[in-house]
Ligand binder design. Structure first.
Ligand code: DC
Length: 237
């Protein structure tokens, strides 16, 4: 896994902020803002599952054909870079940052993420990324599996209706076709798929702080997250 982590001039061991939560809770928007304010590197782990899902989709393999998907893994090389407009992910050298966001790629991502071999394929890469410098990483299992010793763990959530509306507005803003009802249906399906798988399901880490953004606007959510982070980091040696 290649990347271009910014040079960090810290004497302390790098610290990590883990943000987990269901689809559409606003993890990536929040994490990006935290990264900007605190000069951290932001890693969106969902993009890695999405890139694998996209590869499987392009190869015409069914997203639940576990045996064929496992055989494809050695053909897949992912890399991440950070540009002005955020994280870019490359699948075998091709920038697929936009293509991984389609609803079809989302379903593929959720299904391939259930496969233990796929999770194992990404586990070390994700840990290595976090070891490079102060990092905020979002996903489903960051606080529970990938970075169990993260200094800060936030479990970000909101009601399904609010999450669906936000996601729908995002897709429309990107010029993609979307209806609220389809987005809500897809989100409820993904919540279930991501929470009920046997390997590293979406669940709150015992030591995570829950941040429910249902009634909060973006600035309020950032302020609350900031409070949690400042308080958790205050005792750091
Ligand atoms: O965060 P996202 O919606 O881009 O993630 C896409 C899918 O990848 C999601 O449905 C579940 C899976 N995923 C995961 O299983 N573990 C992660 N750490 C991140 C994402």
């Amino acid at each position: 896994m290649e990347h271009d982590m910014k040079e960090k001039n810290n004497t302390l061991k790098p610290y990590t902020i883990a943000i987990d939560g269901p689809t559409g809770a606003g993890k990536s928007t929040l994490a990006r803002e935290i990264a900007k304010r605190r000069a951290l590197t932001y890693i969106d782990t969902g993009a890695m599952y999405r890139a694998i899902g996209l590869y499987v989709l392009r190869r015409g393999i069914h997203s639940e054909d576990v045996g064929s998907i496992i055989q494809l893994l050695p053909e897949i090389e992912l890399s991440i870079t950070h540009k002005e407009d955020g994280q870019h992910i490359y699948l075998n050298g091709e920038d697929v940052s936009d293509e991984i966001r389609t609803p079809e790629a989302s379903i593929y991502a959720s299904n391939v993420s259930k496969i233990p071999e796929v999770r194992a394929f990404l586990l070390n890469a994700q840990r290595q990324l976090a070891a490079q410098g102060n990092t905020v990483m979002d996903g489903r299992d960051i606080g529970t599996v990938i970075l169990p010793d993260a200094e800060v763990k936030i479990f970000l959530t909101a009601s399904p209706e609010v999450r669906a509306l936000r996601r729908h507005n995002e897709l429309i803003a990107k010029g993609m076709q979307s209806t609220y009802e389809d987005v809500l249906e897809d989100l409820i399906w993904r919540d279930k798929n991501d929470s009920t798988r046997s390997t590293a399901p979406l669940k709150q880490a015992e030591d995570a702080v829950v941040l429910d953004t249902t009634g909060l606007d973006f600035e309020e959510a950032v302020a609350k997250a900031d409070e949690i982070i400042t308080s958790k980091l205050s005792g750091r040696k």
